[in-house]
Design a protein around this ligand. Sequence first.
Ligand code: UDP
Length: 450
Amino acid sequence: MKIERKQSVVLVPCPYQGHLTPMLQLGSILYSQGFFVIVAHTQYNAPNYSNYPEFVFHSMDDRFQEIDISFPSLENLYSMNENCKVHLRDYLFTMMEEEGNQIIACIIYDNVMFFVDDVATQLKVPSIVLRTFSAAFTQSMITIFQQPEKYFPFEDSQLLDPLPDLHPLRYKDAPFFVIKNTVPEAELEFRRAICDIGSSVATIWNTMQDLESSMLLRLQEHYKVPFFPIGPFHKMAPSASSTSILEEDNSCIEWLDRQTPNSVLYVSLGSIVRIDDKELIETAWGLANSEQPFLWVIRPGSVSGFQCAEALPDGYEEMVGERGRIVKWAPQKQVLAHPALGGFYTHCGWNSTLESICEQVPMICRPIIADQLVNARYLTQIYKVGIELEVIERTVIEKTIRKLMLSEEGKDVKKRVVDMKQNIVAGMQIGGTSHKNLKDLVDFISALPS
Ligand code: UDP
C-alpha cells in the first residue's frame, strides 16, 4: 500500500553514538507513519546516508575540523551548540522560503542540542525534545539541581548512604561529574540547559510507560507539556539498518555460531567511556579465570594512553584461544540476539540496557559516568535483572561472572529479564502503551499549527 506522505519532520541528532542511534531509529518510526524525514547533522560523526536512502540528509558546518571532540566534554558540547546555530537557521529559512512555511511540521532535537530551541523560536516552527535517556536519570538530575546544596559537597564516608529523595541511588551513584565530592557550577549549568525544554511543545522518550510510569508522571508535572514514551525505539522502528559510526566486525557472529547456547558473556562499555590499563588487565584476568566463553569489545581509544588492545597481558589472546574473542566494534544488537549469548558485562548506557532487556540477556553492571550510574542502580535494585560489580578486581570479576552465568541466583536474574522482556513486548503490541503513544504522537504532530 502506498503511503500518502504528510509534512516533513526535521531531526537534529547529537553526534555521539548513543544519541545518534535513537534519533535515526525515531526517524524510521516517523517515516513509517507517513512523514518525510530530514536529518540535519554535524559533519563530525555524520550518519551513513546509504543506510537510510529514504531520508533527506543535510550536513551542518560544525567547524570541528581542527579540534578533537571525541569525548563529549562541556567545552565540546557548548561549541557544538554555538557553531551549528546560524547554519541550521539559514538552511531551514531558505527551505521555508522556497517550499512554504507549512513544509516543516516540527523540529525534533536531542536535548543536548539545546540551541535548536532558539532557531525554532526565530522561525516560528514548533519544536519537540527527544530524550534519549531513561526517565529515572532525568528525574534524578532535576531533583538534584533544584537543591544542589542539599547534596553537595558530601563526605567520603557518605558514598554508600542513600541520596535524599532519590531511592535507590547512593551518593556514589550521583549522576554528575563529581570532583572532590562536589559538582562544579559549570556542570550544573550544563545539566540545567539539557533539562530545560525551552518553548518546546512536547517531549518524546525512548522509554516505556509501563516501566517508568511514576517517574514519567512526576516529570510531566514538572514540564507541563505532552509526553510520548514510545520505546524501545530499536524494536518500534521497522528498519534494522545499521547506525554504527565505527565499522562492525561481523566475524564474531561466526564465532558465536560455534558456541553452546546461553554460554557466552558479551563485554562492552559502549562508545564513549575510557578505562585505565589497570582496569583492562583486571578485566582480562577476571574473564580468563572465570573459564566462561567471552566476546569482548575493546574500542580503539577506550583504554587511556593506548591505541587499542596492546595493553593486554603479553600472549593473552593465545592463552584464552578459541574460548575468547576480542573485537574493536561489534554488531551489538545481533550479538545480543544470538542464542549463544548468556550474559552482558555492560556500562549500562541506556541503549545497551534496552537492547539487552529486549533480548532477555541478564547483565553484570559496571557503570562509569552520568546516566549509567542511575541505570545500573535500577537494574540491580529495582528490576533485579543485573548484578552489581562491586570492585574492579580480578577475583571479584571472576566470581561475579560465575554468579551470573552458573549460579541459582543467576538463573533468577535470567527469569526476571525474561518477564521484563514480555512486558515490553506487550507494550509494543496493538493496545499496548508504546503503540498507543505512537499513534497519539502522530496525531499530535499532524495537528500542529504551521
Ligand atoms: N554498540 C555497538 N557495537 C559495540 C558497542 C556498542 O553497536 O561494539 C552500540 C550499542 O548497540 C548501543 C550504542 O552503541 O546502541 C551505545 O549506546 P549506549 O547508550 O549503550 O552507550 P554510550 O555509548 O552512549 O555510552
